[in-house]
Design a protein around this ligand. Structure first.
Ligand code: FAD
Ligand code: UDP
Length: 375
């Protein structure tokens, strides 16, 4: 039985490595970064002691019971509900758009039924099958709410007009006619008590897994029985068909200290106004309220821009050009013997952590079913 190479020590790579190692395979996990957990990496800020999500705020939420049990096996999940606020046009509102947002925005005291009827009266019901982000927003919330909460944020986040983006991006956000301000609909939600990196560490901590950090796949010169690749699919093929488009993020940190210091009073504040250059500010100590760090804080302003060759790819753009290019890469990937492409970069898709884990479990199981080792 040969050795398996797993490229990337994020959730994709770690979960696959564990499943295969538990089944008796010897696995080498390589990651070119100096740390594990990929974009979910958490670490303590040395100056403030706050646990920070280095590549942007991550909240675990899922409807997949097996995945929820899986993460709970490797770390304690604390109850956490993401309650996002938005500063827009000189006022602070509750997100996702809910009855509070609607009443405050329109200066009303609507009941749920009245709010529904009112928003429907503003909605563009003539748009029967919304195809773009803009059409989807106009169809469901109407012009005023769209312009205030979605237009500017989306233009900053994606760098294009919302009329050029697919409706699917907006479909991720709920619209509610009650006072529920939970950002997600999923039944299982939480935040790992010791951070995501500790969870990934425990997933990888099993006999049969060797971890090599600071090592790119391209540097390896040894034979493998099979490769699971969670790096960028276009990079694997030396960008032969061109570079798939991503948005990257810049995080601007600001620290403050003092008794009961609190920068914004919540974990995430969105800034949808087009003239504010950043999209949101995250104050990370509010992601771990059980830690009680009263006298220190750190916040990150988040700026989105086009991803250059040396930047970290964050959000796959998936517009028309990318889709055609992706199809070519997918065909090349399907023809590549002995390699399975996984994860957000290997499949060029925005994947939440729970979906990433589900896909990794499924990929490992499919491999094991085909190749179960003897003895
Ligand atoms: P990654 O975490 O990107 O791991 C891939 C690893 O492979 C990286 O460490 C990289 O260094 C390594 N690598 C790549 N190429 C090579 C190579 N050639 N050689 C060696 N190593 C290589 N999900 C949620 O569920 N909730 C959230 O709140 C949430 N918030 C998010 C916020 C932001 C800003 C972003 C961008 C994503 C968010 N996500 C969230 C999604 C989450 O980040 C992904 O689900 C997760 O990172 C996917 O894990 P992965 O292992 O597939 O990829
Ligand atoms: N969005 C927006 N205004 C907001 C929050 C989100 O217009 O205040 C849009 C934006 O286009 C974003 C999409 O809705 O990309 C999905 O939002 P989500 O919060 O899921 O973004 P993500 O977690 O992907 O950053």
């Amino acid at each position: 039985m040969g050795r398996i190479c797993i490229v990337g020590a994020g959730f994709s790579g770690a979960v696959i490595a564990r499943e295969l190692a538990e089944a008796g395979f010897s696995c080498l996990v390589v990651d070119e970064r100096s740390h594990i957990a990929g974009n979910c990496h958490t670490e303590r800020d040395p100056q403030t002691g706050v646990m920070v999500h280095r590549y942007g705020p991550h909240i675990f939420h899922t409807a997949d019971e097996e995945v929820w049990r899986y993460v709970n096996r490797f770390g304690r999940m604390e109850p956490f509900v993401n309650r996002v606020k938005a500063t827009a046009r000189g006022a602070v509102y509750s997100l996702p758009i809910n009855l509070h947002t609607i009443n405050q925005f329109f200066g009303k005291t609507f009941s749920p039924a009245q709010a529904r009827a009112f928003v429907e009266s503003r909605a563009r019901l003539d748009i029967q099958e919304p195809r773009t982000f803009e059409e989807q927003a106009l169809r469901f919330v109407g012009e005023e709410l769209y312009r205030t909460f979605f237009y500017g944020y989306t233009k900053k986040q994606w760098g294009v007009e919302p009329a050029e983006l697919p409706a699917s991006i907006l479909k991720r956000l709920p619209l509610r006619f009650n006072y529920d301000d939970n950002y997600f609909n999923h039944p299982f939600q939480g935040m790992p008590r010791d951070g995501y990196t500790a969870i990934v560490q425990r997933i990888l901590d099993v006999p049969g897994v060797e971890l090599r950090l600071g090592c790119a796949f391209e540097e390896l010169d040894e034979p493998f029985d099979h490769v699971f690749y969670s790096g960028p699919i276009d990079r694997y093929f030396q960008y032969r068909e061109g570079r798939l488009g991503y948005r990257t993020l810049d995080f601007e940190a600001e620290r403050a200290s003092g008794p009961e210091v609190d920068f914004q009073g919540c974990a995430v504040m969105n800034y949808p106004d087009p003239d504010v250059p950043f999209t949101r500010i995250s104050e990370h100590k509010h992601f771990a309220p059980w830690e009680r760090i009263p006298d220190q804080t750190i916040v990150f302003r988040e700026y989105s821009r086009a991803c250059g060759p040396d930047d970290i790819p964050y959000y796959p753009i998936r517009l028309v050009n990318e889709k055609a290019m992706l199809l070519k890469y997918e065909q090349m990937a399907a023809a590549e013997k002995g390699v399975t492409f996984v994860g957000r970069l290997g499949t060029y898709q925005y994947l939440d952590m729970d979906v990433t884990i589900r896909r990794a479990l499924d990929a490992a199981r499919a491999f094991l079913t085909a190749r179960r080792p003897r003895g």
